[in-house]
Design a protein around this ligand. Sequence first.
Ligand code: ATP
Length: 355
Amino acid sequence: MAGLTFHTVSHAYDGVEALHDLDLAVGDGEIVCLVGPSGCGKTTALRLAAGLEPLGSGRICIGGDCVAGGGGQLPPEMRGVGLVFQDFALFPHMTVSENVGFGLKGEHGAHRRERVATLLEQVGLAGYGSKYPHMLSGGEQQRVALARALAPKPRVLLLDEPFSGLDVRLREEVRDQTLRILREVGAAALVVTHDAEEAMYMGDRIAVLQRGRLVQVGTPSEIYRKPASAFVAKFLGEVNWLHGIVREGRADSPIGVVSASGIGEGEQVDVLVRPEGLHLCSYAGAEGRGARVVGNHLLGYSSLVTLRLDDGSELRARITGQDAPAPGADVRIRIDDEAVFVFPCHHTPGVIPPG
Ligand code: ATP
């Protein structure tokens, strides 16, 4: 079942808490993406699991065995984890084969050569064994790093921003290859990324950290469509951030009245609307709040349309296809209820709090 489990893990550096009571399980064969803004504790969680950082408190288990906490600390090489770092961390003076073979401590001779060849084939680098890292592209280096991490057949793979060193086009290709290989080997994989779209693409589940605390875990669809807080909604994708006041279970906001069930009468609320949840109609008699188009940027498959409401506030709508209204046009806005999130407002109304 659980390949990697964090049990109420907390960790501090010089008295400053970086992780607080982290409870998270990554099942065998599962890919969990750990996301959150810079400094929220993602790498700390990974380093604790790998044994590169002595655990503060709590317990970490791999394959059911406790590897940290409860009075003991297994050294990194005995944990059965494979690591891929952001900068790949290949040994520059070793060939590709030697880099990959580095992880095969107990294997020698023909058996070792065979295993290295199999791994290189698995990552699409058959025939690259005698090259040195500086002779490889970024994508190829990433695949060598992955092959090295896979060499000892780890129970858990830990990947820290594995694609961030690659340019955008290469990143997509390497990400697909990595995803295929992770599925093939079936280990539990914890992938750290600050890129929400990457997490949604790769993760069976996504775990969102905010200032050292886990604020939501779920499938990409759950996290995107049912965010637990305004922070999660904003982290996972663009939102229009509006404000409203609750009257009889509904919030009156600049774009109209939206459901606010479960929130007390008279409470101030944040009303968050995804740009794709705003539908525009040019027909003057149509229902919905009126707005004027003040900008229109074609982004290829979709256009991003900037709208100005009567009260002067601006919104962004994402319109698919190429028939988005031109600047100056008056439109009516219809809201897709599925793309609206309402949360009690715990900060100064109108000021979007930082992550
Ligand atoms: P990023 O996305 O920028 O890599 P992160 O989410 O991985 O960030 P961590 O690297 O885990 O965040 O850092 C969490 C907090 O702990 C930060 O405030 C960071 O400054 C602090 N921190 C991390 N490593 C150390 C260290 N070795 N000594 C002291 N403080 C540290």
